[in-house]
Design a protein around this ligand. Structure first.
Ligand code: SER
Length: 319
């Protein structure tokens, strides 16, 4: 059967790349990119793009019926750092968008839904090294609380209404196409731009703050593989742990120095240090490996090499 896929948040860090990957799999015309702001030319020129607000329930349901949508990817969210600045608004946006999609999907019979969770669902009482799939979860950030509540709702709709909702607890995502915004792991993207532009970077986390990270191509492949996997393999109805590369700012800056020897890093931790200190250092993803065959491909060196080359190209094309 022909799939019609709705991507909500196609202008964001994940959406700008996942939309193109989905168009490769399902055909350009069958992947409807939407966002509250304009997406990149790559997206608006390769297939349908519409301005759409996921909080506007009426327009959303009209859209889904009009374009005979069969799958939804909900990628719109307020990230951890920004959420701490406006807690209630962030809670409202993150939860309302998910509940709108879950309920609409139940009503119209959407076949498959993807919703991203995060390592932010864990907290200071969670074992921080090789954090298991199933463990203590007491997040103390608004973002983490909204993601944990969301996971519970996904499992609830999966069990109660037999909705096929699939999810990944993304680590910090590193990419060169679209910058994130307002996240705690964002330093690991900013550092590359600053390294090329200024040969220096002032980091908002301490040098030894190890966090789980992942290069975007791994995250995109993981997402499409999860969504393509046979339903019987997907036993976790909340969200899967996925691991990529764990490193701290000092290790990342040492890697960058291998390519840019004059690069200098300084440290000026801000409020995001506390958020980072409550998150795991590394993730055990054996459940995802065993159930649907997940495997990450990129290491720190390979990722750093590609990030620097691609961001350099971006700066050169602007000149
Ligand atoms: N990268 C996100 C953030 O830092 C975590 O999911 O907010």
């Amino acid at each position: 059967m022909k799939e019609n896929i709705l991507v909500i948040g196609s202008s964001g860090q994940i959406g700008s790349e996942l939309t193109l990957a989905l168009r490769n799999i399902y055909g350009n015309d069958n992947v409807f990119a939407t966002d509250i702001r304009e997406s990149s030319k790559e997206i608006t020129q390769s297939g349908p793009f519409h301005l759409l607000d996921v909080l506007d329930e009426k327009r959303l349901i009209h859209f889904v019926i009009r374009y005979k949508i069969t799958q939804i990817y909900l990628l719109a969210a307020v990230l951890s750092g920004n959420a701490e600045k406006l807690p209630l608004q962030a809670w409202d946006i993150n939860m309302k968008s998910l509940m709108n999609i879950l309920d609409l999907s139940r009503e119209v019979g959407i076949k498959k839904i993807f919703w991203p969770s995060s390592i932010a669902v864990f907290g200071i009482t969670t074992p921080r090294v090789n954090t298991p799939q199933l463990t203590i979860m007491e997040p103390n950030t608004v973002y983490g609380i909204s993601k944990l509540a969301g996971e519970r709702w996904c499992e609830y709709y999966n069990n109660k209404y037999n909705l096929d909702i699939r999810s990944i607890r993304y680590p910090g995502l590193i990419s060169y196409k679209t910058e994130a915004g307002g996240g705690t792991t964002d330093y690991a993207v900013e550092i590359f731009y600053s390294a090329i532009e200024k040969k220096s970077y002032e980091c908002f986390l301490k040098p030894d703050t190890t966090l789980p990270m992942m290069f975007m191509p791994d995250a995109i492949r993981g997402t499409t593989e999860l969504m393509e996997a046979e339903k019987s393999k997907i036993k976790v109805k909340s969200s899967y742990n996925l691991s990529g590369i764990s490193f701290n700012p000092e290790e990342l800056s040492n890697e960058i120095k291998k390519f840019i020897p004059e690069f200098k890093i300084t440290y000026n931790p801000d409020f995001r240090q506390k958020i980072a200190d409550s998150w795991p250092q590394s993730i055990d993803d054996s459940v995802a490996k065993n159930e649907w065959g997940w495997k990450s491909e990129y290491d720190l060196n390979k990722m750093t090499d590609i990030m620097l080359k691609e961001i350099k190209k971006k700066f050169e094309s602007k000149v």
